[in-house]
Ligand binder design. Structure first.
Ligand SMILES: Cc1cc2nc3c(=O)[nH]c(=O)nc-3n(C[C@H](O)[C@H](O)[C@H](O)COP(=O)(O)O)c2cc1C
Length: 168
């Protein structure tokens, strides 16, 4: 049986949902990751930055914008270095300013994706995949990259069956 890994980022707390600031106890992407795990038994790796983002949503968007402008590679609490035992790698991430948070860049570009199948799911608040897929293609060089799946952050719970049908 194919062995799967989910590499993901998710930030619980203040977020923007359907035009309002709400406090999410569990991040939207985390909910999707839990579904992937439930349906596939995949291992999971959470990308976490050493420096925490502000609790305030607007402030976080400013920090994130700066990191993107600087093409930054935020330092991670822990880094994965070897994914050789996996056949399928799920990349699960929010859309931050049109693409993955820079912390995902820090992690993904360090891995050897040769021969892996990469399945990407992005949660968002209206921008869909944005330019995530062109970045995933650059970051996961050598992988077979499947068409990405975009899920509206506010609707993650209604999309459990979408995930069930999408996973392998
Ligand atoms: C820093 C930041 C930037 C964001 N930028 C965008 C964006 O450009 N387009 C969009 O549709 N949603 C954007 N969002 C909303 C998130 O993509 C959305 O709420 C996502 O589901 C959050 O996932 P999480 O709870 O797993 O972190 C942004 C959120 C944050 C915190």
């Amino acid at each position: 049986m194919a062995k799967s890994l989910v590499i993901y980022y998710s930030r619980p707390g203040q977020n923007y949902v359907n035009g309002e600031i709400v406090d999410l106890p569990v991040g939207n992407t985390q909910i999707i990751v839990d579904y992937i795990k439930e349906f596939t038994g995949a291992d999971t790796f959470q990308v976490e930055t050493v420096k925490e983002y502000p609790a305030d949503y607007m402030q976080t968007t400013e920090v994130a914008q700066e990191e993107q402008d600087d093409d930054a590679r935020p330092e991670l609490k822990e880094e994965l270095s070897d994914i050789s035992e996996y056949d399928i790698v799920y990349v699960a991430s929010p859309n931050w300013w049109g693409t993955l948070p820079m912390a995902m860049f820090t992690q993904l570009e360090k891995l050897d994706f040769t021969g892996k199948k990469v399945k990407t799911v992005i949660t968002h608040e209206g921008s869909g995949l944005g330019s995530s897929m062109s970045d995933v293609k650059k970051l996961c060089e050598g992988a077979e990259i499947e068409k990405g799946l975009a899920i509206h952050g506010a609707d993650v719970k209604e999309n459990k069956s979408t995930i069930e049908n999408w996973v392998e």
